[in-house]
Ligand binder design. Structure first.
Ligand code: UFG
Length: 323
């Protein structure tokens, strides 16, 4: 059985649905501070905070868990710049509590949500896993520290892990049963779609003087179901005896903020008012993945690689959202 921390959050809930649709059991642990009870659908849910060692001990004693997929985290780069204490506590402190509980209960496998934000400004693009890690915001730094902690736990205690460095998670369940719902929302695609359906007056474009063709930041948008698939494949590989490893998970294609707005206009057929705004702190100009290693070693193949398709699924959710 898989324990999914943060399984009521955006990426975690899509992963839980992905596993359950394949007949696998997933137990969700989420404090619902950011996640949504509705996002879990009918999966079993324990409402608790990851800092609670007694709950972790009880869960590992009571259920036949052999693997943890650890999503529970905060997810806003600008907030991490303004409130770093929250990011180090939620990422570093909670992850060490979890790792230590796994050590006590001899839980062998962990799949971890890491991030392209651990790389910082690109020295070359697309970035592969050997790219130096020099994060430029506390979000990326705190995730990088978690990667180091897992490595030490592997060396000392034989805990085997896969760290998945996501690029920009996006899109929603194609049937719109679940989708992205942050409060406040800081991510580009939902913000642009909320400007399309009138929930917001306009979209602020943070910086148009970056060294990119149209001056706006370039990101690699990867569909949340493709991310879910990567976790499932990573866990299969660990269970089959594979070694600890780190993989980028991105589509390999970069899209500027302007490209995203254009795709949203096309998909929605709506006018989307845009305003120029200053650069946002902590934003690297370009983040694009080479996911060749995940393709070669995990057999990962994105099913929703195209931006238009990603935006279509996000729009279906935005128009039908239940939470
Ligand atoms: N942006 C705007 N206007 C907005 C929102 C975003 O112009 O209203 C721009 C940002 O400045 C950035 C791009 O759109 O250039 C994407 O921004 P997001 O906030 O959607 O996502 P980030 O690139 O900041 O995502 C980062 C990392 C991920 C990490 C995520 C955490 O790339 O690895 O933060 O949520 F997981």
């Amino acid at each position: 059985m898989i324990l999914v921390t943060g399984g009521a959050g955006y990426i975690g809930s899509h992963y839980v649905l992905y596993e359950r649709e394949r007949g696998n059991e997933a137990l969700v642990l989420d404090d619902l501070s950011l996640g949504h009870r509705e996002a879990v659908l009918d999966a079993p849910l324990i409402v608790a905070d990851l800092s609670n060692e007694a709950v972790l001990d009880a869960v590992f004693r009571s259920y036949p868990i052999d693997a943890v997929v650890h999503f529970a985290a905060l997810a806003s780069v600008p907030e991490s710049v303004a409130k770093p204490h929250r990011y180090y506590r939620h990422h570093v402190a909670h992850t060490i509590t979890l790792l230590d509980a796994m050590r006590r209960h001899s839980i062998p496998y962990l799949v971890f949500s890491s991030s392209c934000a651990t790389y910082g400004d690109p020295q070359y693009t697309p970035m592969d896993e050997r790219h130096p890690q020099n994060p430029i915001n506390p979000y990326g730094e705190s995730k990088r520290i978690c990667e180091r902690m897992m490595q030490s736990f592997d060396e000392a205690y034989g805990l085997r892990y896969v760290s998945l460095r996501y690029f920009n998670a996006s899109g929603a369940d194609p049937e719109a049963r679940i989708g992205e719902s942050h409060d406040p929302e800081t991510h580009l695609i939902p913000i642009v779609l909320q400007a399309a359906n009138g929930k917001r007056r306009s979209v602020a474009v943070y910086g148009n003087d970056y060294a990119t063709p149209d001056g706006t930041c370039i990101r690699d948008y990867v569909h949340v179901n493709d991310l879910a698939q990567a976790h499932a494949l990573a866990l299969d590989r660990l269970r089959a005896g594979g070694p600890s490893a780190t993989y980028n998970v991105g589509s390999g294609t970069g899209h500027s903020v302007q490209d995203v707005i254009a795709a949203c206009r096309e998909v929605t057929g709506r006018q989307i008012p845009v305003e120029e705004a200053p650069r946002r702190a902590g934003d690297p100009p370009i983040l694009v993945a080479s996911s060749a290693k995940a393709e070669a070693e995990l057999g990962w193949r994105p099913q929703y690689a195209d931006l238009h398709t990603i935006v279509e699924t996000a729009w279906r959710w935005e128009e039908n959202r239940r939470f």
